[in-house]
Design a protein around this ligand. Sequence first.
Ligand SMILES: Cc1cc2nc3c(=O)[nH]c(=O)nc-3n(C[C@H](O)[C@H](O)[C@H](O)COP(=O)(O)O)c2cc1C
Length: 302
Amino acid sequence: MGLALELAGIPLANPVMLASGTCGYGQELAGVMAVETLGAIVTKAITASPRFGNPTPRLAETPAGMLNAIGLANVGVEAFIADKLPYLRDLAPRVIVNIAGSRIEEYVAVAERLETATGIDAYELNISCPNVAHGGIAFGADPAAIAAVVGAVKRVITRPLIVKMSPNVTDIVSTSRAAEDAGADALALINTLIGMAVDVSRRRPVLANLTGGLSGPAIRPVGLAMVYKVFTAVRIPIIGLGGIMETEDALAYLMCGARAVQIGTATFINPDAAVRIITGLAAWCDDQGVDDLQDIVGACHL
Ligand SMILES: Cc1cc2nc3c(=O)[nH]c(=O)nc-3n(C[C@H](O)[C@H](O)[C@H](O)COP(=O)(O)O)c2cc1C
């Protein structure tokens, strides 16, 4: 159908993936969507030890989006390998494991442990986490910290490394270039934007964590602009995400320069959203006489 591609050495049946944190470890969606039709599944962030996450409330609905402050709740790398990976390994979609940490050593330890497991196709580095060794400023906001964490992880892995960029920066081009120069094989743009909601009747923030990450259609224009900008600044492939709800949104990301896309918040509204987008992309190619969807990557650059 012209949807297949190879991205940073990862063969994908189509360019549609489920975004980290919005599909658990895959099994959660079995039975409510045709998981086998996906190009890839990106797991919830995995840390060295299990994490319960932030206190509740940690989700809030906003106009055209939602805020989350889950706080990287996950089973930890050992339980992931023992209990979650066996299910994912047998599925048709490629398996991309999202890695998080609060120190470089934690990222490296998780990556080293995952290297010993079979059934993983690539890693996605979540660099939006606060760097506790350096005053809590997120790794992803500082080109030097990005270079350090990407370089350190790259040295201990053999599988492709996708670096997931934070949009909470002044210059997305310099942070993206820092990731590429340090050895990233691909970039995923964008993670959530920092936001807040206030319960006026209680005179309090809605989220126990005070702020959270904004996702959904509200952030799509930001994601598109960042993919558009970064496309001409790096040589490695880009995976676009942020507010993709419909086929047209995925096409817009491809035209800005993304080779593949991830679907996040849309799955919470309609668990079938990613499957509908895969079908929609195939129908669009047929309708437009496009033999290979990759031919439209970057098409809207003047
Ligand atoms: C509830 C929730 C949990 C998330 N957890 C993670 C995570 O663990 N690691 C990560 O890199 N991104 C995480 N994200 C960010 C998403 O993967 C994605 O970058 C973001 O939601 C933008 O895409 P969307 O608008 O399609 O949801 C999370 C998002 C949501 C809504």
